[in-house]
Design a protein around this ligand. Sequence first.
Ligand code: NIG
Ligand code: FE
Length: 418
Amino acid sequence: MITADLVIKNASELLTIKGASNKPKVKEQLSNLGIINNGAIAIAGESIVWLGGSNEIKDNIKIDKKTRIIDAKNKVVMPGFVDCHTHLVFAGSREKEWVDRINGKDYLEILKNGGGILSTVNATRNAGEEELLNRALHHLGNMLNHGTTTIEAKSGYGLTIDSEIKILRLLKKLAKKQPIEIVSTFLGAHAVPPEFANSAVYAKFIIEKMIPVVAKLADYCDVFCEKSAFSAEETKRILLAGKKYGLRPRAHINEFNEIGGTEIAKEVKAIAVDHLDVVSDDGIKNIREAGSITVLLPGVPFFLGTEKYAPAKKIIHAGIPIAIATDFNPGSCYCESMPFIISLACMKMKLSPAQAINAATINAAHAIESANNIGSIEVGKQADILILDVEQHTQIPYHLAANPVRIVIKKGRIVKRN
Ligand code: NIG
Ligand code: FE
């Protein structure tokens, strides 16, 4: 008999998402959620110690007075969402630019004229640490509320050595102050700040002066490879320099233009390539050869109004793993809700609910190289679990902009009740 601190029973659907902790799900594997009907889970400490049918509990689990029991009747139980692409720490607001875009202005045009990302850089440089911390905590609270239990978060709104260090240190502090785990990424190459003549000069500064001092504070190095940001060649140099200092490579590529990012993914062996809203068949072939996981961000074309979505079905057909994420940031997707992003992935990229849910859990965990511990409900894994107020998983994306999350469990502890 197994002893447990917490038992969840009677789940109408227990989405285990099992069987892909070593390698992300591809092709038809993405359609399988490993569902146990009338499912149950036992948790001891921070870990999952047993799962099965609710009728098997009595033969397997030692229940005593100290065991807490949650009845999940008529509810879906699933792993916490992994939001594997966010820009969490920033100050200021960009609703004016958002309205301008509704009236026809272009995102890259705004950036070229010193607005967009650079207006957030200006606000963030001028903000005190306390303000940045409180704002980020507020957004983390919204994420937790919508069932996110782990995130990747990027720097990239400082763009000086000191302010990038400030943001990366803040991410460490934030991880200690609330339940969501944070994997951090250095995105010094987010935009070219006004004090540099061009991207080439700034890229040199990033490589020679920034990476050596920020490397110990982050897990990954990222670059915005795009017109009006960084060329493919600069992206390659920055990512290779990061690699030398132990920062694993990932990149924003093919968001608006195809400028060679997929070739670079191959050359640097990028762990993840994100966006892919504009990608040719050759580009898809390059990504397959790179072995990268793709992180698709349907909230961005939706929020920007470009309505150009990554060709998710083609990417899946090519045998490339997909993850989905919010890209939470003040410019291109001001949204913390993974359930909403799952809805968009279904409606705009034509993913099935099962494909989108796999992409938001186990494959997203792979995108941050954490799938050995999170992203599915399996014995031995960390107990990051959601109890949702829906009877079937298809209702998660179907009920648009509703929040189905009722209970969030992080590392075996109930950390949120809605
Ligand atoms: O992923 N494209 C570059 N970076 C973000 C947007 C950041 C911003 O607009 O502030 C993105 O879309
Ligand atoms: Fe981004």
